[in-house]
Design a protein around this ligand. Structure first.
Ligand code: AMP
Length: 194
């Protein structure tokens, strides 16, 4: 079992690189953003609550987000055993603490945090482009700016937390998708063989 957190600002390529990771390592992918968007599409109660936060560029409250994630793990015990890519979670120190506890209860842990570094101007450009192509409600300039501020204030401090734990691998997120994936693979294989 090998658990990966893919970490970085909105637009840093977490979703794209997760696809490559799934194909290469056969891991179970959990994108909390996708889980929430699925609820919104299905019109569930949770979806109604989530859409307010998402459209405003804010984070879903920790308690709620943590219980959503735990439910996904509880519902997929077999897939969890293959190892998991956590994409978009954790986003706060509270969530990182909860993830650690959740995995410890299951006899596992986060093995590596892949941090994708992309400069801010590039992030905005990529998100605006994605907004045009996918029609995602939060990929407009006003919400993008809010999401980036949330990332800087609430999420980026997690980087130091994982550096201190000795499991953070910084990856340059600029370049070809394949080239970036090669760097990610080297970081993972290095750690796996330790
Ligand atoms: P993403 O698809 O990861 O960019 O997430 C889209 C939106 O979903 C975020 O801007 C948040 O509103 C919400 N979201 C996704 N993951 C989380 C999380 N771990 N904690 C709180 N909110 C989240």
């Amino acid at each position: 079992m090998f658990n990966i957190v893919i970490f970085g600002a909105p637009g840093s390529g977490k979703g794209t690189q997760s696809e490559y990771l799934i194909n290469h390592y056969g891991l179970f992918h959990i994108s909390t953003g996708d889980v929430l968007r699925d609820h919104i599409k299905r019109g569930t109660e949770l979806g109604k609550i989530a859409s307010g936060y998402i459209n405003d560029g804010k984070l879903i409250p920790d308690d709620l987000m943590i219980s959503i994630l735990e439910k996904v793990l509880d519902e997929n015990p077999e897939k969890e055993k293959q190892g998991v890519i956590f994409d978009g979670f954790p986003r706060t120190t509270e969530q990182a603490k909860a993830l650690k506890e959740m995995l410890a209860r299951r006899g596992s842990k986060v093995d590596i945090v892949i941090g994708l570094d992309v400069p801010e101007e590039e992030l905005v450009e990529r998100l605006l482009k994605r907004g045009k192509e996918s029609g995602r409600s939060d990929d407009n300039l006003e919400t993008i700016k809010k999401r980036l501020a949330v990332y800087h204030n609430q999420t980026s401090p997690l980087r130091d937390h994982y550096v201190d734990e000795g499991i953070y691998a910084a990856i340059n997120g600029i370049g070809s998708i394949e080239g970036i994936f090669e760097d990610i693979k080297s970081a993972i294989d290095n750690r796996h063989n330790k």
